[in-house]
Design a protein around this ligand. Structure first.
Ligand SMILES: [Zn+2]
Length: 177
């Protein structure tokens, strides 16, 4: 494992960097080492243990980019917390589907503002109608998410180094499978 988890000053995971980048940040005085691997690296004059978790000394604000989150089934479910936007119940992914709030037949588009997570039962009940026509109410107005934690896509807890785990749990939206 030659990767280092970079935390914000708030201990929020920011990204994974190569250990050489971690050393560079350390030499620049920008980070402190929170955890190390057992493995040592030796150069001519010094030896040190590879940092596994480092933390920025100064808090940086995460950039929010409106075009960052891809419009995908997984991200729609994530935005809606894997819960049906009509009955409010949570379901495993296999029991979810999506719903066009305004049906395609009535000009509904396939975008962040018109697609919501829906359970099979509610989807069947709503059929090809608008929520008003079906007498159903949306829990939340669907919107394009501003940003999602970058780590969400790339880290799975069971493959992450032991020393990362305390920090990964910080982010409740991480996948746990
Ligand atoms: Zn439902």
């Amino acid at each position: 494992m030659e990767q280092t988890l970079l935390l914000n000053a708030s201990y929020e995971p920011l990204k994974i960097v190569h250990w050489q980048k971690a050393i560079t940040l350390l030499c620049q005085g920008k980070v402190e080492v929170i955890a190390e691997y057992d493995r040592e690296v030796r150069s001519v004059s010094i030896s040190f243990r590879l940092p596994s978790v480092i933390r920025l000394l100064r808090y940086i604000k995460m950039k929010r980019r409106f075009d960052y989150v891809p419009f995908s089934r997984a991200n729609i479910y994530a935005r809606d917390d894997h819960s049906c936007q009509y009955c409010g119940e949570s379901f495993p992914t296999t029991e979810l589907t999506f719903d066009h709030v305004t049906p395609v037949a009535q000009g509904g588009r396939k975008d962040w503002e018109n697609i919501v997570t829906c359970c099979v039962t509610c989807n069947r009940r709503k059929g090809g109608r608008t929520p008003e026509e079906a007498g159903m109410h949306l829990r939340r107005i669907p919107r394009r998410p501003e940003s999602m934690p970058a780590l969400r896509i790339t880290i799975r807890l069971h493959t992450a180094p032991e020393s990362w785990r305390d920090y990964l749990y910080w982010n409740a939206e991480l996948e746990d499978t």
